[in-house]
Write a protein that binds this ligand. Structure first.
Ligand code: T5A
Length: 221
């Protein structure tokens, strides 16, 4: 099997981080007698995220999510360009080399986040964002995108209960509803986006994800 790039998307608090880690453990067979990848034991499974998957990205992430960057408001197009810079560094310097070695790369957010947040959420030009995504990735696409579809209120409550709130989580509820609408539109137009009901318990969400991945692994292998 060649490397596979699996992306997790969705509004705040859908449980992407939680589910990515559960999926990695399941793929590697942690706590089980055999791994789902037992026929290909050498396959590497790595977890990464945007923004922040590289050292440069980690610095950009701090700037992007900080509630008070040197006391200045980040301009919307500056924000867009910072996400693009993070993505270029991440894809070229980290994701592609792993995929070329045959790894399964599980990534928390990718290009659809920019369409949903900066496009639908902030109202920046969608064509401009598509062009920028194209430049940042060199046209690279995910092999599969799992959209963790959680009600906006439930997701924000989960994120708030966790403790510290970042700059974007602080945005008003209408912003998050527009982001949600963005994901709905994206899923309508792209069969590679699979909707996962993320309003359920951690175990029930993971079960849906594993069922999708089992089907996909058969197809890919
Ligand atoms: N962004 C990103 C853009 O605007 N444009 C872009 O192009 C990109 C790439 C990233 C921010 O950047 C923005 C979007 C984001 O605002 P982030 O910290 O990565 O910042 O934010 P999120 O991706 O939203 O991460 P969160 O950590 O907020 O949410 P997750 O990862 O979806 O959820 P998770 O797993 O951390 O869970 C959140 C809390 O809920 C609990 C967990 O224990 C945790 O406390 N939880 C559940 N509780 C009940 N039931 C369940 N099923 C639960 N699953 C998890």
């Amino acid at each position: 099997m060649t490397g596979k790039f699996i992306v997790f998307e969705g509004v705040e608090g859908g449980g992407k981080t939680t589910q990515l880690e559960l999926l990695r453990d399941w793929l590697l067979g942690k706590g089980q007698t055999s791994s789902i990848l037992s026929k290909s034991p050498d396959i590497e499974v790595i977890v990464t995220r945007e923004p922040g998957g590289t050292k440069l990205g980690a610095a950009l992430r701090d700037l992007l999510l900080d509630t008070d960057v040197y006391g200045e408001k980040i301009q919307e197009r500056a924000e867009l360009l910072l996400y693009a810079a993070d993505r270029t560094q991440h894809i070229e310097g980290w994701v592609k080399p792993h995929l070329e070695r045959g790894a399964i790369v599980l990534c928390d957010r990718f290009t659809d986040s920019t369409i949903a947040y900066q496009g639908y959420g902030l109202g920046l030009d969608l064509e401009l964002i598509q062009t920028l995504n194209q430049i940042a990735t060199g046209g690279w696409k995910s092999d599969l995108t799992l959209w963790l579809d959680v009600d906006v209120e439930i997701g924000l409550t989960r994120a708030k209960n966790r403790g510290k709130i970042d700059r974007i989580e602080k945005a008003d509820i209408e912003f998050h509803r527009r982001v949600q609408q963005g994901y709905q539109e994206l899923a309508k137009n792209n069969p590679l986006i699979i909707r996962i009901d993320a309003n359920l318990t951690r175990d029930k969400i993971q079960k849906q994800i594993q069922d999708v991945i089992k089907r996909k692994l058969i197809e890919w292998m």
